[in-house]
Design a protein around this ligand. Structure first.
Ligand SMILES: Cc1cc2nc3c(=O)[nH]c(=O)nc-3n(C[C@H](O)[C@H](O)[C@H](O)COP(=O)(O)OP(=O)(O)OC[C@H]3O[C@@H](n4cnc5c(N)ncnc54)[C@H](O)[C@@H]3O)c2cc1C
Length: 393
């Protein structure tokens, strides 16, 4: 089905993004997967091309372009021609907007220019060993010491965790309120801020995912982002966009797997016929194409709703739930259609399959998405139980 949401300038941008990814990213992908981290220079090169934090005001070096379709194009092209472990989108559109929307003029002037250029790489640290889906269970603590907060605690599974220069850390500032969190910007080099291992993962090996430790880190008050004690609500505000990003990425990964598999099975033969020509396989391709087109129509509609400021948390949750589960089915079929080669790392489909597995877990798991959707249709047991938690998950 033809997609109708793009204008001519988006198509021009898509061509530019594709040639950047083919020339500057693709040649390094195997090495990055081996070394388990992308080169810092990849962010700087993306910054030079104007691909980072495009929404930032021109006075900070950005393009002042809020239109989410540009990020959607970058994600789609990166899945096919770049590397899914190169988390440009996390830097630009998942973490950056916290500074853009919550930051004071002084903070924006201090941080944004280097975020746009790719010299400052961004990460967000919510998850702890004992608090993932339930953000309100965060134990990291920031005590008010007058001109600074004293930060103690640890985080885990943090994407861009090794490369990050600025980390938005969610920490408890009101111990008596389970939602009493604040967001603090911890900078590379602050005393007491240490990173743990670059964690070994099932897939997406080029993406650095790390633990972080904060031992009596003095975070100046000037690094408080947004309102004190309102961090929980700030986090919730950005989750719809995060889930839309995730949905776009999952469908893009599924599309990329479909494309390489169609190519492969149209060449390879068994029993004197192309693999793609067997009826069982033609029907499998037909099913995948249908599901992906249906998903695309919904996601594109969500993108336009988001551009109009109307995307609801439940529609974003539906997009993430459907796209991530579809990504799982499609990449699984695609490995199967490759036969033994599909299990070999040198075939891109193998990496697409292992990368897909995390999509149903992070940015809110499939179960949490179902919770949000169920509540939106009135199935909310909390409302029947007086005195129970107000904002779970
Ligand atoms: C590769 C990777 C990158 C990540 N990047 C980041 C990052 O950059 N920043 C960050 O802060 N975090 C990050 N995370 C953490 C991620 O967001 C969490 O792993 C995720 O939210 C799930 O939390 P958990 O691992 O603690 O699982 P748990 O919360 O322990 O959940 C375990 C299982 O229980 C289910 N469950 C939980 N609650 C419910 C419920 N109410 N009803 C039904 N089932 C439920 C879950 O769906 C899951 O299946 C990353 C994780 C990974 C693996």
């Amino acid at each position: 089905m033809d997609r109708r949401i793009f204008e001519e300038e988006h198509e021009i941008f898509r061509d530019a993004a594709r040639s950047f990814l083919i020339n500057e990213i693709q040649p390094h992908v195997d090495r990055w997967n081996e070394q388990e981290i992308v080169d810092r220079e990849a962010f700087e090169k993306a910054g030079e091309q104007g691909f980072l934090c495009m929404w930032a005001d021109e006075k900070y070096g950005g393009a002042g372009v809020e239109d989410f379709r540009y990020e959607q194009i970058l994600i789609e092209e990166n899945a096919r021609y770049g590397d899914v472990g190169f988390f440009m989108f996390l830097h630009s559109r998942l973490v950056g907007p916290y500074i853009g929307l919550l930051g004071t003029e002084e903070q924006k002037a201090r941080w944004l220019p280097k975020c746009v250029s790719g010299e400052n790489i961004l990460a967000i640290a919510m998850t702890e060993a004992s608090a993932g889906s339930d953000v309100s269970g965060i134990r990291s603590r920031a005590e008010d010491k007058g001109d600074h907060f004293l930060l103690n605690g640890s985080k885990t599974f943090i994407s861009n965790g090794i490369l990050a220069d600025l980390v938005i850390v969610a920490a408890r500032t009101d111990p008596d309120n389970r939602h009493g969190l604040s967001l603090l910007v911890v900078e590379r080099g602050m005393e007491g801020f240490e990173r743990g291992r670059n964690l070994k993962k099932m897939g997406m090996h080029s993406q650095d995912t790390a633990e972080m430790f904060f031992n009596n880190v003095k975070v100046p008050k000037e690094n408080l982002l947004g309102e004190r004690d309102r961090g929980f609500y700030h986090l919730m505000h950005f989750l719809a966009e995060e889930r839309l990003l995730s949905a776009v990425g999952s469908l893009a990964n599924a599309e990329a797997a479909f494309a390489v598999t169609l190519e492969y099975t149209s060449e390879r033969e068994a029993f004197g016929r192309k693999i793609a020509e067997f009826q069982a396989n033609r029907f499998k391709f037909a099913d995948m194409r249908t599901e992906m087109d249906v998903a695309q129509a919904f996601i594109d509609a969500c993108v336009m709703e988001h551009n109009a400021g109307r995307l609801t948390a439940e529609d974003a949750a539906k997009a993430k739930l459907f796209a991530t589960e579809l990504e799982d089915r499609v990449t699984d079929h695609c490995v199967q259609l490759h036969g033994g080669n599909g299990y070999m790392d040198e075939y891109p489909v193998s990496r697409m399959y292992t990368a897909a597995r995390v999509s149903r877990i992070y940015a809110g798991s499939s179960e949490i998405m179902r919770e949000i959707i169920a509540r939106s249709i009135g199935l909310d047991p909390r409302k029947k139980q007086k005195g129970t938690r107000k904002d779970a998950a």
